[in-house]
Design a binder for this molecule. Structure first.
Ligand SMILES: [Zn+2]
Length: 153
């Protein structure tokens, strides 16, 4: 069986990833499958505790991001075919509320699901990253997201 966490894709926080591998657990299932006051692996508070989703700050935000939120599906699913209309509606409702509550002017969503050898993620459990950088100015540069792999030239 393929490990539940692909440590080779982890950018930092190696100690947390090593504990996850030792525990042989899907960290998102452990931390987010039901409502908890605090998490086992994750070290940021939940911003939203929905029926289908938990929203929290990423514990290892992309450099330069003003916001880097993670939307984690509570149940362990690894593809969109497993996503229910009710979960999709809740995702939309949460996003609308956060857009208003956090006065988000824009943003980028990146969904990760399935084989981590394609996604560059560390878990196959379906989740989304919401990222907002700064507004483009003379002194800004692209904020880069990891979106898997390409063949070297
Ligand atoms: Zn899981």
């Amino acid at each position: 069986m393929k490990p539940l966490v692909n440590i080779s894709h982890a950018r930092e926080k190696k100690d947390v990833y090593e504990k996850i591998i030792k525990d042989e657990a899907c960290p998102f299932c452990v931390d987010f499958s039901k409502k908890r006051e605090s998490f086992v692996y994750h070290n940021k508070p939940a911003l939203v505790q929905g029926k289908h989703w938990v929203v929290t700050e990423n514990f290892n935000p992309y450099k330069g991001a003003k916001h880097h939120l993670m939307f984690v599906h509570r149940r362990h699913i690894v593809s969109f075919t497993e996503l229910t209309p009710a979960a999709l509606k809740e995702f939309l409702d949460i996003t609308k509320k956060l857009e208003k509550d956090l006065s988000l002017p824009a943003g980028v969503f990146l969904f990760r699901f399935g084989d981590t050898d394609y996604t560059g993620g560390s878990v196959s459990h379906l989740h989304a990253h919401y990222v907002l950088g700064t507004k483009k100015r003379k002194d800004s540069e692209p904020l880069l997201l990891y979106a898997g792999y390409k063949t070297k030239k």
